[in-house]
Design a protein around this ligand. Structure first.
Ligand code: ATP
Ligand code: MG
Length: 256
């Protein structure tokens, strides 16, 4: 098993005049290649912060985030980070905040394809190809974000990530703004895409039932630390920590 990203004693505080928040309080985590890991925990425990650090959107105050290429995202030069960044993608919770409202979808996606070195005459076919991988089509290219549903926009966000040939995708509560049917569709799509494209997935959610549908392993976070890691079934059936027990108790029974 190759490790794609290895975090050691990662710490991050948000400082303000009134108080400091220790969002990450010494996180150790190995993310294997071609693996789906769910990161679960109650609101405010540090999931989004951890996700952002692992794609280089933020830097930690201390610790190491070692990529398989030998680059430490926590301490490397900006130039090393820039060349690695496209392969490390993050999709966010709010689909309507993920695209500029005044741009048609092709206007948002084309610059991404261009940055990937795709030649101008090939751009549209590359965009259509990436949309088709997520169940959308050329017909959606001319739409504004407001003309797409939340579920369609989340799929467009995934299409944008796929354009960068990602090695790793952080999906941060990507289905929490959707109804159950769209949620189900999106999680199935993630499974299909992983089987085809073999990226590592960090699936962030506060829903342990959803985590089991998507991920092989589950990490439970509590107050800035990872307190439990195991196979999804194992954590669901026999949670070891108080934090994991609380999450299991929060799953609606019909999901079992
Ligand atoms: N930009 C920021 N400035 C100050 N505090 C922040 C900032 N971002 C996050 N925090 C605080 O850091 C802690 C961890 O936040 P984070 O967003 O990582 O949690 P989370 O597990 O993703 O929560 P949720 O499930 O609600 O999305 C929280 O206490 C939060 O209030
Ligand atoms: Mg969050």
């Amino acid at each position: 098993m190759t490790v794609m990203l290895s975090l050691r004693d990662v710490r991050k505080a948000y400082r303000s005049a009134s108080r400091d928040v220790n969002a990450l309080d010494g996180v150790d985590l190995d993310l294997p290649s071609d693996h789906a890991l769910a990161l679960v925990g109650e609101s405010g425990c540090g999931k989004t912060t951890l996700g952002e650090l692992t794609v280089g959107l933020q830097r930690p105050d201390a610790g190491q985030i070692m990529h398989a290429s030998g680059v430490d995202l926590a301490n490397c030069r900006p130039r090393s980070l820039r060349s690695l960044r496209p392969r490390l993608q993050m999709v966010f919770q709010n689909p309507f905040a993920s695209f500029a409202p005044h741009l048609r979808l092709h206007q948002s996606l084309a610059p991404v394809a261009r940055r990937q070195g795709i030649a101008q005459p090939m751009i549209i076919s590359a965009l259509v190809d990436s949309l088709e991988q997520v169940g959308l089509s050329a017909a959606h290219l001319d739409r504004y974000p407001a003309q797409l549903s939340g579920g369609q926009l989340q799929r467009a966000s995934l299409a944008r990530a796929l354009l960068c040939d990602p090695q790793y995708i952080v999906a941060d509560e990507i289905s929490s703004a959707l109804d159950v049917a769209a949620q189900d569709e999106l999680t199935r799509l993630l499974g299909r895409l992983r089987a085809q494209r073999h990226f590592t997935l960090l699936f962030i959610t506060h829903d342990l039932g959803l985590a089991r549908q998507v991920a092989d392993d589950v990490c439970v976070m509590d107050a800035g630390r990872i307190v439990e890691r195991g196979r999804a079934d194992q954590v669901l059936d026999d949670p070891q920590t108080r934090a994991a027990k609380r999450l299991v108790d929060a799953i609606p029974r019909f999901r079992y």
